[in-house]
Design a binder for this molecule. Structure first.
Ligand code: HEM
Length: 407
């Protein structure tokens, strides 16, 4: 048996059939893979990549490495609503479609548009913190980290934040369908969620079309509707799926960044004291949280021609799993990677990906984190963990489901 010192059986490792302790011990597995089998073959012929440099090579070469998921998702999803969604959204398209759709998103993510959102983020965070002031404890996910991103992204899209519970449920079902292994029940629930979400958005779009000036400045829904009305830039189906994708991508990820951030900071009280003494460290704090616990752990690409990664030949059609959490802990790029250090510089983590698909919302995610952590730890410098964070079994998203903290 090929076993490393930590007792991880690398030879038996298979992303399609993960051991029960994978999520809690993910970083042990990543280290063992990086050291013992950095280009690791799964039972289905795909490869798991865990070295920083190998991920960078793939991200930076979209001509060889395609994001188009039609080949992969046909056998998995058939002709279903999940197939329609996941093969239409921007993140799973290649140029020129990707370039066309990404351009339409730009208006929502300019410096000016984001600056206009900042006062709203400040006031939302202040509002949540006010409710903690006379409480003795909170559950971070429900009370804080879920609320902020979903409100912000609902504002951006122009959908009522009062529908956040619905949107969260749909997001979990639709993104959950991207897990390496999917049960028939999960598949069915994911398909229903896509159809319900489309019907819901059609109503919102109808309302906005009836009241075109009703959105707030920079509202992305208005920009996308205009592109759709233009005819050539976006079809109706594309419009619906970009909205679903934005609503999902914009909250699930930031929610987990905030939950993990509170957890890691409180596990390292010295870092909280450091931030308290020097609030200018807030940018580094957010970067280190993102590096340490990447909210998205896996991106995928498929080779369109024969190529090589990490010295291993890969024929055209090969699928790679880019293990972001593993690359972010690669000692070749991050000295002393298991140390959580808010002053770490440089900190070129891959939590937002890299290259043409780099997260369009990365500045927004960073702003949300800086405001949320900055205000939380300034106002409550003596927060204490009441227990470890509970993690879900999902592997593509590193998801905190519960985190109790004494105020
Ligand atoms: C901490 C929070 C976030 C993390 C960790 C994150 C992570 C990522 C990653 C890793 C990708 C690249 C996927 C790939 O290359 O295959 C991505 C793409 C994307 N993200 Fe984010 N994201 C975050 C927040 C947001 C927010 C707040 C929004 C919008 C409101 C957003 C919108 C997008 C979009 C539109 C793409 C697709 C870009 C493209 O394909 O060109 N993200 N994100």
């Amino acid at each position: 048996m090929d076993t490393d010192a930590g007792g991880v059986d690398i030879a038996a490792f298979d992303l399609m059939n993960l051991p029960d302790d994978f999520v809690p011990r993910a970083y042990d597995y990543f280290r063992a893979l990086r050291e013992g089998s950095p280009v690791h073959r799964n039972s289905d012929g795909s490869f798991v990549l865990t070295r920083y440099d190998d991920l960078v090579q793939v991200y930076r070469d979209p001509e060889v490495w395609s994001s188009d998921k039609r080949v992969d998702f046909k056998p998995k999803f058939g002709d279903s609503p999940l197939y329609e969604h996941h093969t239409t959204s921007i993140v799973f398209r290649d140029p020129p479609d990707h370039t066309r759709i990404r351009k339409l998103f730009q208006a929502a993510f300019t410096r000016k548009a984001l600056a206009a959102l900042e006062p709203r983020i400040h006031s939302l965070v202040d509002g949540y913190l006010d409710t903690f002031a006379d409480r003795r404890e909170m559950e971070v996910v429900a009370d804080f980290s879920f609320k902020l991103p979903v409100e912000v992204v609902c504002d951006m899209l122009g959908v009522p934040a009062s529908d956040r519970a619905l949107i969260r449920e749909w997001a979990l079902l639709i993104l959950g369908a991207l897990e390496p292994v999917l049960s028939p029940e999960q598949f069915q629930a994911g398909c229903t969620a896509v159809e319900d979400f489309k019907a819901y958005l059609r109503d919102r779009i109808r309302e906005r079309k009836a009241n075109p000036g009703g959105g707030r400045p920079g509202e992305i829904l208005t920009a996308l509707i205009e592109a759709e009305e233009d005819g050539e830039k976006l079809t109706e189906i594309e419009l619906l799926h970009q909205c679903i994708f934005l609503l999902n991508a914009g909250h699930e990820t930031s929610t987990n960044m905030i939950s993990h951030g509170v957890h890691e900071m409180l596990r390292n009280p010295g870092q909280v004291a450091r931030l308290h003494a020097d609030p200018a460290l807030i940018e580094g704090t957010v970067e280190e949280i993102l590096r340490y616990q990447a909210p998205i752990q896996i991106n995928n690409r498929r080779a369109v021609r024969d190529t090589r990664v990490g010295g291993v030949a890969m024929p055209a059609g090969s699928m790679v799993h880019l293990m972001i959490g593993a690359a972010n802990h690669d000692p070749a790029q991050f000295p002393d990677p298991e140390t959580f250090d808010i002053g770490r510089r440089p900190n070129r983590h891959l939590s937002f990906g890299l290259g043409i698909h780099i997260c369009a919302g990365n500045s927004l995610g960073r702003i949300e984190g800086q405001i949320a952590f900055g205000k939380l730890f300034a106002r409550f410098p003596t927060l204490r963990l009441e227990g470890p964070a509970r993690l879900s079994k999902r592997v593509r998203f590193r998801e905190v489901t519960e985190l109790r903290v004494a105020i």
